[in-house]
Ligand binder design. Structure first.
Ligand SMILES: C[S@@+](CC[C@H](N)C(=O)[O-])C[C@H]1O[C@@H](n2cnc3c(N)ncnc32)[C@H](O)[C@@H]1O
Length: 354
């Protein structure tokens, strides 16, 4: 009994040290990036002050700490293993990514100041291979979704933006999936990760369920290529390049699906097509975990911060996303809600297909 509580305390201390170091690393870079970037305010535009209201900073910090408390509780409940990303061998890689981030930052800042969010269109759509909405420099990032450099730099950019909380937010989605499927033979659960990007979430999922037959779908060949490299230790994983609104899969092919941070980047019309396709390709009874930004009213203290997201970053569909009724949208496609959880700036909803 005493040794169990000692183990638990040791695990907690290790978790706190690792996540504390991670947050300090990314938060430090965020503060430095803010310092060397141009001002958020442009003449004639509302002042960018997401944390201005009295008490907001305290509440934002509380939501941030609550995320890590939930993550640690999930680890202790055995839903997934503790992250293993703070290692001496990773230090060089982290320094290199940081250098690349700061080398790229002036270009990102320039786009932001000039509001030039469609640079990537020039030359990219010669063959009409991509829908127009996709050909944008989301977050003002260099190369949009279409370059290898972007696929490599993306994780660092996102972690810096969220002060080291992005992986923990994704893990809350994994926890929801794990609650639904644990106890089932993982080899029999065909999982699809929609908009799998460079494979970050699938890596987390495979650390918890190493034998699950997983498929990733993403529209970016560069991100798919990066994902294939990162997931090469799991031969049963397949990464497919394609658009979810024309999902290249048969009806009722998957037992579970996840979708992390896609829907806020889709125009309203495409959200409908994507939800319909997700309904088509999942089997009856399948679980679907949707994780994306919180929406207006989810955490009233954070609403102000959400409103300014599309001001500071290129997020052309974010304002309509904030009011989208996802429960209704997925209900139209045969899903009902099983559970919903807030994780700092992310909302995780698990649906079940009837
Ligand atoms: C914000 S990133 C999220 C990536 C990943 N899920 C994560 O958690 O890091 C959005 C991803 O969606 C992909 N994407 C955007 N529109 C898509 C579509 N219609 N079909 C498939 N993938 C799409 C992009 O290529 C990009 O990799």
């Amino acid at each position: 009994m005493a040794s169990m509580s000692l183990m638990r305390d040791l695990g907690r201390a290790r978790y706190a040290a690792a996540q504390g170091a991670r947050v300090a690393w990314y938060m430090g870079q965020y503060l430095l990036a803010r310092r060397i970037s141009g001002p958020f305010d442009r003449p004639g535009e509302p002042k960018f002050e997401p944390q201005a209201a009295e008490g907001d900073t305290v509440r934002i910090r509380a939501a941030f700490l609550d995320l890590f408390a939930r993550d640690r509780a999930n680890i202790e409940a055995g839903l997934y293993p503790a992250p293993n990303d703070i290692r001496v061998t990773r230090a060089i890689e982290a320094l290199r990514s940081s250098a690349n981030f700061f080398r790229d930052l002036p270009k990102v800042d320039q786009r932001r100041l000039e509001r030039s969010g469609t640079e990537v269109r020039a030359g990219a759509n010669g063959e009409g291979r991509y829908p127009n909405y996709y050909l944008q420099n989301f977050h003002y990032q260099t190369g949009g979704w279409l370059s290898q450099d972007s696929a490599k730099l993306y994780d660092t950019q996102v972690e810096i933006l969220f002060g080291g909380a992005a992986d923990a937010m994704r893990r809350i989605a994994l926890g929801s999936l794990a609650r639904a499927i644990r106890g089932t033979d993982q080899r029999r659960i065909k999982l699809l990760d929609v908009a799998s990007g460079n494979g970050r979430f699938l890596r987390q999922a495979l650390a918890a369920f190493p034998r699950i037959p997983a498929t990733g779908l993403d529209l970016s060949p560069a991100y798919c290529e990066e994902a294939r490299k990162r997931l090469s230790d799991w031969p049963q994983v397949e990464i497919v390049t394609g658009a979810i609104e024309h999902a290249p899969f048969d009806d009722e092919s998957f037992d579970a699906a996840t979708c992390i941070y896609l829907f806020h980047e889709l125009p309203p019309r495409v959200r409908r097509d994507a939800a319909r396709e997700i309904g088509r390709i999942l089997k009856p009874g399948a679980n679907f975990v949707l994780a994306d930004s919180i929406q207006t009213g989810d955490a009233a203290d954070l609403d102000r911060m959400l409103e300014y997201f599309p001001v500071g970053f290129h997020e052309p569909y974010f304002t309509s996303y904030l009011k989208e009724d996802f429960v209704g949208l997925f209900a139209e496609n045969g899903f009902e809600v099983e559970e919903t959880e807030l994780a700092f700036l992310t909302k995780v909803t698990r649906f079940r297909k009837r």
